[in-house]
Design a protein around this ligand. Sequence first.
Ligand code: ADP
Length: 255
Amino acid sequence: NFLVTLPKTGDDELGDLGKSIELLAKELNYLTRERNDFLASISHELRTPLTYIKGYADIVLKRKLSEEENQKYLHIILDETKRLSDLIKDLFELAKIDKNQFVIQKQKINLGEFLAKIDQKLSPAFGEKNMTLHIFCPEDANLFADPLRLEQIIFNLLDNSIKYSPEGARTDLIVSRKKHKVQITISDNGKGIPEEDIPYIFNRFYRVDKSRTRSLGGTGLGLAIVRDLVHAHGGTIEVKSKENSGTEFNLIFRG
Ligand code: ADP
């Protein structure tokens, strides 16, 4: 912790400087705490799947199991390995973002064509839950963005709407233009987010329901990455949500 003790002087200018230093120390302390929390979360998140992998591998090796049990435990090992690899991938992504090591290569994207491709790629995932994705986009809507990053942003948000919606639910993706801006709205009628959790959902590793999200395969890093990528494009992201009713994400980019 940075502790600041300031001598009392009658000098106003020195007093103002002192206040600025105090604020700076507060900010530094906050950042240090945040960094420590993040490191603690990383080690916890990495250790959990490893514990499962080691535990079930031990069981498969040491116990005489039926073929069915063997299969069950090997599937758990496979799922947890995938989880580890997703986590490592997301952590690398964030590390690159933190170090400003990634480059946004903007180009003109026709959103209609672009979204049709995403629709095609995600249609099996929507189909698996009997869900439907409805895309509304003006034919000539264009956006200057990095296609790979924009795909990552939209993928993450659509993937969440699948994860957090019941069978048969619907997701809408609407592109609209406002003056010199392009707005992309992704809304679902899924489980929604409790009001008290909304301010935190873009934080790294924040999940509303830890245990349930685990079974759904989330890393808790998706929205943090989405937000950073949107900001790197000079855009903004906002969320509106109502528990048991649905969630809406609004992305606004300069057109
Ligand atoms: P995760 O990998 O857990 O999905 P995210 O960073 O993508 O992590 O999202 C953080 C949390 O926000 C999720 O765990 C979930 O609780 C909540 N959330 C995100 N998107 C939605 C959505 N469309 N509907 C309901 N809850 C959502």
